[in-house]
Design a protein around this ligand. Structure first.
Ligand code: FES
Length: 315
């Protein structure tokens, strides 16, 4: 389990009628984090992840998050209605499953609604590093959208969309057409919006490795998991029991498999599948990638499978 620690609510700011920004301060120096990182809040109703909106290059002892109230009794309701300045909150992290890839020749961000939050840390970060980017932001109403004032700093690079779904689809397509090789695309927002952007990148044949989605939703768990056998790198034969993951088994055996989320959403624990049938249970790999890859933290073999594990450096 990750280390948990207490932070204090330093400031609460009403950003829009539904969105509040919270500044959480730590008594000790905060861990460095990259743009796109998130903090996990351990709340009475369960764990919730929120993107950090600070510029990671301007480290203070504060973490800043922005939360939209989306239900009458969930985590966002608790933060909006019960949390006050001076309260303590148990947190862990930051973790980053949505990092900025600095090798990108150009970056296009697509956000809808509160999905703007990870880009609030990425934009100043890329600006400071002299990298080029643009933001396409789908909102109900431009002047009353969250963080409008902050976004005005980037007038040349920010494009607002506020039309119908069909209009947005057309604008997304136009934003993605005829881009130079090496352009990376990041998307965050409601599921339907993310699908629209990702589908368009597929239609325009963007390689999946340059398309990055922010998802906090863990993959659906495989029901009644069964044991299976694995041949690794053509040598070792391992048994993965019903109550353990392939990732856990590989790590126990000393294989250098990277991992981060353990929820099937970050892609770190990918292994190559050389033979056998796999039940995939992640939200990261494309259908094409699933033909010869699996994410070892959540996906399982059926009967016997063969895999290759190569050392990666993303741990
Ligand atoms: S560790 Fe993140 S997908 Fe497996």
């Amino acid at each position: 389990m990750k280390d948990r620690y207490q932070v204090k609510v330093e400031q609460i700011k009403q950003v829009t009628p539904q969105i509040k920004a919270f500044t959480l301060s730590s008594e000790t120096a905060v861990d460095p984090f990259g743009a796109g990182a998130h903090l996990t809040l351990h709340l009475p109703m369960g764990d919730r992840q929120y993107s950090l909106i600070n510029n990671p290059l301007e480290m203070t002892n504060d973490y800043q998050i922005a939360v939209k109230k989306v239900s009458a009794n969930g985590g966002s309701h608790y933060l909006h209605e019960h949390l006050e300045v001076g309260d303590s909150v148990l947190v862990s992290g930051p973790d980053n499953y949505f990092p900025v890839h600095l090798e990108a020749q150009h970056v296009i961000f697509f956000a809808a609604g509160i999905g703007i939050t990870p880009f609030l840390s990425m934009m100043p970060y890329l600006s400071t590093l002299g990298k080029t980017f643009e933001l396409h932001y789908a909102v109900k109403n431009v002047e009353s959208c969250p963080f409008y004032e902050e976004l005005l700093k980037y007038t040349e690079q920010v494009f607002f969309y506020s039309g119908s779904r069909e209009e947005k689809k057309k604008q997304v397509r136009e934003a993605l057409e005829n881009r130079k090789i090496g352009t990376h695309v990041y998307v965050c927002g409601p599921e339907t919006f993310m699908e629209m952007v990702v589908d368009t990148t597929r239609e325009l044949r963007f390689p999946s490795r340059v398309v990055h989605e922010e998802r906090f939703r863990p993959a659906a768990k495989i029901r009644n998991p069964k044991p299976f056998r694995v041949t690794v790198n053509g040598g070792d034969e391992l048994l993965v029991k019903e109550n353990e993951s392939l990732l856990e088994r590989l790590l126990d055996e000393g294989y250098p498999v990277s991992y981060a989320c353990r929820m099937g959403i970050c892609g770190s624990c990918e292994v190559t599948v050389c033979g056998g049938e796999v039940i995939h249970s992640d939200t990261f790999l494309t259908e094409k990638e699933k033909e010869n890859k699996m994410l070892s933290c959540v996906s399982r073999g059926v009967g016997e499978i063969a895999i290759n594990v190569v050392e990666t450096n993303s741990m």
